[in-house]
Write a protein that binds this ligand. Structure first.
Ligand SMILES: Nc1ncnc2c1ncn2[C@@H]1O[C@H](COP(=O)(O)OP(=O)(O)O)[C@@H](O)[C@H]1O
Ligand SMILES: Cc1ncc(COP(=O)(O)O)c(N)n1
Length: 269
């Protein structure tokens, strides 16, 4: 049996809704073999982040080498990278192992407001890692920090996507979840034309890990050989199902339902 393989380089969420855990669950649901490099341990639950404990530089470097020396992931995603040093390290190993299909989810702040990327590391992300990206997937506040522009209108979302492509990302996906309308519009740009993914906003507090799950689904589809547009389209359906069929776990902003998409595909509830 040949199986597509994907690597996630991200932080751990013990609550299982975001970070490494969301990525692995998503890979598994989409029939992709998942591998991990853990950058930090975030102690968190549905009410917030209680602590962040970075893994040592050596610990991350060794995980990257142990992975790269033996495995050939078909796609790689980054989530919480935390510091300038970690971003530089990932960029160096990326070049060394000649990996392909890099998906950058530029995780900066948790839903509750806790910082997951040091402020000074944003510039390093732009100069060192984004030029290697097949696709970069910021939410609106992350896109504002990366591009230095304020984003209100659809045309500003398009301009932000253009700037990310100018920085070297082959595709840019500006996610619309932080907008306020009844429809959510995610804007995908390939350097020439725009694609708009429009979905009904689901009224729910349970959106913890949506960005992680969405970008993990894109990574899984790229690992299987899909085009970027096809990967984003499938991933969007995956995240919509995951938010719609809510699990209602925890007292605060609960995780999404990683089972939902495949259950629907099989005609189950
Ligand atoms: N309430 C919602 N209803 C439907 N889709 C949502 C909802 N919240 C988020 N999404 C979708 O999940 C994806 C990630 O959400 P977003 O909030 O933009 O990013 P992040 O989780 O990185 O902050 C986007 O495609 C967004 O449109
Ligand atoms: C380890 C880790 N990575 C990423 C997120 C962002 O997820 P969200 O924006 O849904 O809080 C998180 N909370 N924890």
């Amino acid at each position: 049996m040949r199986i597509a393989q994907a690597l996630t380089i991200a932080g751990s969420d013990n609550g299982g809704g975001a970070g490494i855990q969301a990525d692995l669950k998503t890979f598994q649901e989409l029939d992709v073999y998942g591998m991990t490099v853990i950058t930090a341990i975030a102690a968190q639950n549905t009410t917030g982040v209680q602590g962040v404990f970075p893994i040592s530089y050596e610990g991350i470097a060794q995980q990257l080498d142990s992975t790269g020396d033996d495995f050939k992931p078909n796609a790689v995603k980054t989530g919480m990278l935390y510091s300038t040093e970690i971003i530089q390290l990932v960029a160096e190993k990326w070049r060394h192992y000649e990996w392909s299909n890099l998906v950058i989810d530029p995780v900066m702040v948790a839903k509750g407001g806790a910082p997951l990327l040091q402020q000074q590391a944003i510039q390093t992300l732009i100069t060192e890692l984004i030029p290697h990206a097949q696709i970069t997937t910021p939410n609106i506040p992350e896109a504002e920090l990366l591009t230095g522009m304020s984003i209100r209108s659809l045309s500003e979302r398009e301009e932000a996507a253009r700037r990310l492509v100018q920085m070297g990302s082959t595709y840019a996906l500006i996610k619309g979840g932080h907008d306020t309308g009844g429809m959510i519009v995610d804007v995908l740009y390939d350097g020439q034309s725009f694609h708009y993914l429009e979905n009904i906003r689901i009224v729910t507090p349970h959106t913890h890990g949506t960005g992680c799950t969405y970008s993990a689904a894109i990574t899984a589809e790229l690992a299987k050989g899909s085009s970027v547009l096809a990967a984003v389209t499938t991933a969007r359906a995956f995240i919509q199902a995951a938010i719609e069929d809510e699990l209602g776990i925890g007292a605060g902003h609960g995780p999404t339902n990683h089972f939902a998409y495949q259950r629907r595909q099989r005609g189950e509830k």
